[in-house]
Design a protein around this ligand. Structure first.
Ligand SMILES: NC(=O)C1=CN([C@@H]2O[C@H](COP(=O)(O)OP(=O)(O)OC[C@H]3O[C@@H](n4cnc5c(N)ncnc54)[C@H](OP(=O)(O)O)[C@@H]3O)[C@@H](O)[C@H]2O)[C@@H](O)CC1
Ligand SMILES: Nc1ncnc2c1ncn2[C@@H]1O[C@H](COP(=O)(O)OP(=O)(O)O)[C@@H](O)[C@H]1O
Ligand SMILES: [K+]
Length: 461
């Protein structure tokens, strides 16, 4: 996993004060990293338009133009005259070395957005909006310097933002790049080296970006084993029985030795999934909530009080009886609407879904500070997983998953790993990664995935 920071000004300051690296040195390395990326990846391209604003994001762009102008046909366009001291120096350097300046936007093979970076501090005016819209409308490879212009430090976009194919961010990953809103603008994210190893530039943090290597599949390491060695998951099915059945199938395909669906009615289940009318004595984990609908409160209370690992989803986020188990290391997997209800039940906040979506991390942190043992997995295009002070973001999911039943698969995957003995946080992280990576391996198209396809892809990981 990689570290994520809410802000990097303090990290830059540490470079100046503790490592005697000046702003000029950091900026030279930042622009060299961008130049190297462009030279290596796009050496077959000819023309580059670099669009600069008045701050140091613009200054990065001027330095980039100087580094690239002998190798490509580079034009520098200024949205506003550069204002910062270092920007003025960069301007003099570029001008004296013969970099070309453009007085209007012209298309190019590559467009680099250096209009606003971390200093975006007010709503965009009409001039900035039409500039960004014009750039977005051009057919070109689009690279954003530090952060796509128009994305604010809280990850939100007021009017418009540069639509990057790649964002080259300076020094370290920033939280603003990982809001659900930002995901449609940032493209691929690369970190530019600032002339100091990343481990030295970065300090402590409590936020992490999950990587593929964080996925720990439930491989079997012992020959001397039997089905009981891999746990027994009970999936509690309710009115919408399909949800429980999908979860059960996903759990079985992800390694649980035995999976039983708990339901009073007799179900038509695949032969390898068992049915039980009551929770099994020997179950090692319980998944409950998916498709539960109306239920006997006492029965659900009894199930929740059983001393095994649990994953709770869906309908139970609307019921105060959940409060009884929030002092446990239980896994909760709400989508945004369910999380709003959970926050309300817990008396933490009474907010709309929009307010939540604009401040996902803030409310996850609030919840986790009140219930530090709970593993919370907030669904979304970037899934946030949190326990106590630590928070992990999974960006691998995509709109392929925007289908009824995708969440039921996820509950089954979490339940499966819990049954197999994973710690709740590890189960949530690996299940979430498996879920998203399996979806990205589904190659037929981006609209037709059904839960059984997703389970099939999980089985192939
Ligand atoms: N620090 C370092 O060591 C390193 C920093 N680096 C680079 O510096 C960047 C940060 O630079 P920065 O702080 O100068 O801010 P930046 O993003 O260029 O924007 C500020 C300018 O935009 C203006 N402005 C803002 N909002 C506006 C609006 N809505 N509409 C119109 N104008 C608006 C604002 O105007 P003002 O508020 O002054 O009126 C100001 O002039 C960072 O992202 C990275 O790329 C790297 O080189 C690595 C080393
Ligand atoms: N656009 C998207 N990008 C990434 N993941 C998504 C997207 N849309 C949905 N998902 C994922 O799909 C799942 C949907 O869950 P949920 O809404 O609970 O569905 P259901 O209850 O119908 O099974 C979640 O894990 C969510 O993160
Ligand atoms: K930018």
């Amino acid at each position: 996993m990689q570290k994520i920071f809410d802000e990097v000004n303090s990290l830059d300051k540490r470079c100046y004060e503790e490592f005697f690296l000046s702003e000029d040195i950091l900026m030279e390395h930042a622009s060299s990293s961008m130049a190297l990326y462009i030279e290596e990846k796009y050496h077959d391209k000819k023309t580059i338009l670099i669009v600069c604003g008045s701050g140091n994001n613009g200054a990065d762009g001027i330095a980039l133009a100087r580094l690239l102008h002998t190798k490509f046909d580079v034009s520098l366009y200024f949205y506003k005259e550069v204002k910062t001291d270092i920007g003025k120096v960069q301007y003099k350097r570029a001008k004296s070395l013969g970099v070309s300046f453009a007085n209007k936007i012209q298309n190019a093979d590559i467009i680099v957005d250096c209009i606003f970076g971390s200093g975006l501090n007010k709503s965009l005016d009409n001039q900035a909006i039409s500039l960004i819209e014009e750039l977005n409308s051009l057919e070109a490879i689009k690279i954003a310097c530090d952060i796509p212009s128009g994305i604010f430090s809280d990850g939100q976009v007021n009017s418009v933002a540069f639509n990057a194919d790649t964002t080259i961010t300076m020094g370290a990953l920033k939280t603003s790049l990982f809001s659900d809103t930002a995901k449609d603008y940032v493209g691929k994210i690369k970190v530019a080296n600032l002339g100091i190893q990343r481990e030295l530039y970065e300090t402590n943090t409590n936020k992490y970006l999950l990587e593929k290597k964080d996925l720990k599949l439930p491989h079997r390491t012992k020959h001397n084993s039997h089905k009981g060695s891999y746990g027994h998951l009970n999936v509690v099915a309710g009115c919408k029985k399909g949800a429980g059945i999908i979860a059960a199938k996903a759990a079985f395909g992800f390694g649980a030795g035995i999976v039983s669906v708990v339901c009073h009615e007799n179900l038509d289940l695949p032969y390898h999934i068992m049915q039980t009318h009551f929770v099994s004595e020997n179950c090692t984990a319980i998944a409950i909530g998916m498709g539960l609908g109306k239920y006997e409160i006492d029965e659900v209370k009894k199930i929740l009080s059983k001393d095994v690992k649990k994953i709770v989803d869906a309908d139970l986020f609307y019921d105060e009886l959940l409060l009884d188990v929030l002092d446990e290391d239980i896994v909760l997997t709400p989508h945004p609407k369910e999380f709003c209800s959970l926050l309300k039940i817990c008396d933490i906040a009474d907010i709309t879904i929009d307010e939540l979506q604009n401040n996902r991390i803030k409310y996850v942190e609030k919840f986790s500070s009140v219930y530090p043992k709970v593993v919370l997995l907030l669904k979304g295009t970037n899934v946030i997983i949190s326990q106590g002070d630590n928070l992990y973001i999974n960006t691998y999911g995509s709109a392929v998953l925007s289908k009824g039943g995708s969440g039921d698969v996820l509950s089954g995957l979490v339940g499966s790993l819990l049954a197999q003995g994973y710690e709740p946080l590890d189960a949530a992280i690996s299940a979430s990664l498996a879920h998203a990576l399996a979806a990205s391996n589904f190659k037929r198209n981006d609209y037709s995935l059904i839960p059984s396809d997703l389970i099939e892809e999980v089985r192939r990981l």
